[in-house]
Design a protein around this ligand. Structure first.
Ligand code: CA
Ligand code: CA
Ligand code: CA
Length: 421
């Protein structure tokens, strides 16, 4: 039974979408099935979610994917019997499904060394009952966040005042709760006179232990690895990732002819004192924000805070944001080039993307249409790309598991069904 809510999400310059996932697994006799492993992955086998059905047969979570992802696959597996459902994300706002097995489920025991409910062959941490999977944002490479720092005044839309490349990794337990959150952040541009700091707010109800390290781009240590305990209140009020932006980069990296000088790299690992629900933590990129020292203003992504009259606090009166998230090592505009003006923009698809409400030209940021208008940020020399070597571990791991299953896999694949009750 498919009851996926459909519609168009409100457009606020978002390049990723959060899709709630609610599944119920039933057997042939419509009894609920607990202990079924649910795995969700995208077109490139990047894992988006993993969980195990509870005593009510339910699995809940949230998928966070770039809006350009067209299809995902949901695999449900128990006792060697699997069902795959291929889901087009076109106009999908959520995934609400009841999935029924049409075969008798075998009573076979599958090896689960740590007894967390996730079989060894799909458990990223087969000897750690507190964790069973990891999700990386993005699966490969980095995201870029670009801030306009004049808030609450409208910016000039050159989107280079304070630019950070980053990626995050979550460890989830078998209930889909987040046990650990890791982030790596690199300062890449400062096209501004103002000074900034980078923070993250996590509105969770538990404290955490945070391990932090700060290095220069070449790895030279600025702040040695250290671990501190923080309270839930600390996490709610904001944890500082970077201090004064004047001190975390040696060049502005925004003018034609500037030799790119990558800035400092911060590595943050947050281990929560108890697993946290997605609804509490929020979804990638979480509440990552800049604090402008000169104006004492915080600058957040749209979609998180409202004014008293109900409008978005971080969209200006023309509907433009002060913070934009872009997949990849984004080539932001040169100084004073307004991305919205055809004569100044390096991205002719940007306005088309905006006027379509985000439905068309979803990968505008990969298509530089005027190289003379954008800063040539290196795409592959980024340090961050090398800091998460586990990137595709799962995809490879999973593929190998299927290979090892060998002959019986063929048998099961033949029986593999996509029936919906
Ligand atoms: Ca396990
Ligand atoms: Ca485990
Ligand atoms: Ca600006």
């Amino acid at each position: 039974m498919v009851e996926d809510p459909k519609g168009e999400p409100s457009f606020n310059y978002n390049t990723t979408i959060n899709i709630p996932l609610n599944l119920t697994v039933l057997d042939k006799k419509s009894n609920v099935v607990s202990g079924a492993t649910v795995l969700v992955y995208d077109e490139n086998n990047n894992i988006l979610f993993q969980g195990v059905s509870d005593s009510s047969g339910k699995v809940t979570g949230t998928l966070t994917v770039p809006t350009s992802v067209g299809n995902i696959t949901i695999d449900i597996s128990i006792g060697g019997e699997s069902i795959s459902q291929y889901v087009s994300l076109d106009s999908v706002l959520g995934i609400n499904r009841t999935i029924r097995y049409e075969v008798n489920l075998p009573a076979t025991q599958i090896a689960d060394t740590d007894s967390d409910g996730v079989p060894d062959d799909t458990d990223i941490y087969p000897n750690d009952a507190t964790r069973s999977t990891e999700v990386t944002y993005p699966a490969e490479g980095v995201f870029t966040v670009a801030f306009e720092d004049s808030y609450p005044s409208a910016g000039d839309a050159d989107l280079n005042d304070y630019v950070i490349q980053f990626k995050n990794k979550e460890d989830l337990n078998s209930s889909g709760k987040i046990v650990r959150l890791k982030g790596t952040y690199q300062h890449v541009a400062k096209g501004a006179g103002y000074r900034h700091q980078l923070f993250i707010k996590l509105p969770v109800d538990v404290g955490a232990s945070i391990t932090y390290k700060l290095t220069q781009a070449d790895g030279k240590v600025e702040v040695a690895t250290n671990t501190v305990s923080v309270t839930a209140a600390n996490l709610k009020s904001g944890y500082q990732i970077f201090d004064d932006s004047n001190k975390t980069i040696r060049g502005q990296n925004v003018h034609p002819g500037d030799v790119f000088k990558p800035g400092f790299v911060a590595t943050v690992e947050i281990v929560f004192n108890a697993p946290v629900e997605r609804a509490k933590l929020g979804s990638f990129p979480y509440d990552l924000y800049a604090y402008v020292l000169n104006t004492k203003q915080e600058i957040h992504f749209p979609g998180l805070y409202k004014n008293n009259n109900g409008t978005d606090k971080y969209l200006d009166n023309t509907g433009f944001p002060w913070a934009i998230l872009v997949p990849g090592a984004w080539k932001y505009p040169y100084e004073k080039y307004d991305i919205r003006k055809d004569s100044e923009s390096g991205y002719s698809e940007f306005n088309l993307w905006v006027s379509s409400g985000g439905k068309e030209y979803k990968t505008w940021y990969y298509d530089v249409t005027n190289e003379s208008k954008v800063f040539p940020v290196p795409s592959d020399s980024s340090l961050l790309g090398y800091l998460f070597l586990s990137v595709k571990k799962f995809a490879i791991f999973y593929a190998m598991g299927l290979v090892i299953a060998g002959g019986i896999a063929v048998y099961f694949l033949r029986k593999k069904q996509s029936l919906v009750a």
